[in-house]
Design a protein around this ligand. Structure first.
Ligand code: NAP
Length: 366
């Protein structure tokens, strides 16, 4: 074989196979960014969550395509937790596989978060806010994802049975050990958030982000004096709102009944969440979205991200069961502006609808 043939043979060895992923070089041209509170950390205004759709009950290839598409769309923040699946832990394992196959060379571009606080393993220390639970769980999450560190580690829910200083000290130590770069909390009330933020500032690891539920059907974070949004702004933290589509209710998914392959149809969400009153509001909201030239999902996300001054939400944390859904949701970024008239019209239908599954946890420490 001459030297010319040699070169071609070695080149052939590196030719991409059909399954090889090359990130879109234009990906950051799609991204709209926001600074997370007063930190140096910048987040995409839409992030992808892996609570549902990334467990062992879903084909890995579809999961992988959604993750690849997210990155190509400039969605570089992926949110996980110890117990996402089913079974618990499998979403982190599957994400770790996708990461190793497709995104390993982009690790430093990614913001990967995990959490502990809800139920994970049997026995009294597989739930809550103890140091033992939070730090052992973080070690296991890192192992499942094949990572040395997560970018953000959250206490997933307040725990009234654990001294808040102990939970905060565990977050502080997670950051000090280098296993997490930043610390956050989820579903804490306004008062508990202030308490937690004060402790963390004293410890020298400021809390940088709060992850609450928030959607047009669940507006608790706007309510109260001060509201959670007020406290988060005062504390210079960012806000990443989960379930902005109310688990799919604020999309075209249920406009004409309950599809068998939907979250409710597949029995992964209580049918009681879906009733005539919600459907009436959702249909009206869908009409407003059409007038804006958006899908309902796009308007629901844009509304989360609307300008609320210093209380503006940093990021909408969406789920997706297909690439098409994610592409549709990402289109929200094309129009984040609302007129006052549109906002007033939306307010008639953006009303409390009993979809906040996390309310009792929030109330456990106020
Ligand atoms: P979501 O965005 O409100 O709902 C996602 C669901 O809506 C999808 O599974 C899909 O339903 C449907 N959907 C999404 N985009 C659509 C589109 N463009 N058109 C039509 N339907 C669409 O959020 P979520 O999945 O419930 O939660 C998002 C993330 O928030 C989670 O993955 C997790 O990271 C985080 N989270 C955190 C907590 C916490 O305690 N901190 C709790 C819950 C969630 P189908 O599956 O029916 O197709």
């Amino acid at each position: 074989m001459n030297s010319w043939q040699n070169r071609n043979v070695s080149k052939l060895n590196y030719l991409p196979t059909g399954d090889q992923y090359h990130a879109d070089p234009q990906r950051y041209s799609h991204t709209v960014l926001a600074r997370c509170g007063n930190t140096g950390l910048q987040l995409p205004r839409i992030a992808l969550g892996l609570w549902h759709n990334f467990g062992d009950d879903r084909p890995f290839q579809i999961q992988r395509e959604i993750i690849r598409k997210a990155f190509d769309l400039g969605i570089f923040h992926f949110d996980l937790a110890n117990n996402y699946g089913p079974p618990y832990g499998s979403a982190e394992e599957n994400f770790g596989r996708a990461l190793a196959k497709d995104l390993a060379s982009h690790r430093h571009e990614l913001i990967i978060s995990s959490k502990a606080g809800w139920d994970m393993w049997d026995g009294p220390n597989g739930f809550g806010g103890s140091r033992k639970y939070l730090l052992s769980s973080l070690d296991e999450s890192l192992q499942r994802m094949g990572l040395d560190y997560v970018d953000i580690f959250y206490h997933h829910r307040p725990d009234a049975d654990t001294n808040i200083e102990e939970s905060m000290m565990a977050l502080h130590d997670a950051v000090k050990s280098g296993k997490a770069l930043y610390a956050g909390i989820s579903s804490y009330s306004a008062a508990a958030t202030k308490e937690a933020a004060d402790i963390m500032r004293e410890l020298g690891t400021p809390l940088v982000i709060h992850q609450p539920s928030y959607s047009m059907l669940n507006r608790w974070i706007e309510e109260g004096e001060p509201s959670l949004l007020d406290v988060v702004a005062e504390q210079n933290m960012g806000t990443i709102a989960f379930t902005p589509l109310a688990q799919g209710l604020l999309t075209n998914r249920y406009l004409n009944g309950i599809p068998a392959d939907s979250r409710i149809g597949a029995g992964k969400m209580d049918r009681d969440f879906f009733n005539d009153s919600i459907l009436d509001h959702v249909r009206e909201l869908n009409r407003i979205a059409q007038q804006r030239g958006q899908t309902l999902a796009q308007m629901a996300i844009a509304w989360i991200l609307r300008d609320q001054g210093d209380r503006t939400v940093t990021t909408a944390l969406v789920g997706a069961s297909s690439v098409a859904q994610l592409e549709d949701s990402a289109g929200a970024l094309n129009n984040l502006e609302f007129t006052d008239d549109e906002l007033k019209l939306i307010d008639h239908h953006a009303v409390e609808s009993g979809v906040n599954l996390w309310w009792d946890a929030t109330q456990s420490r106020v």
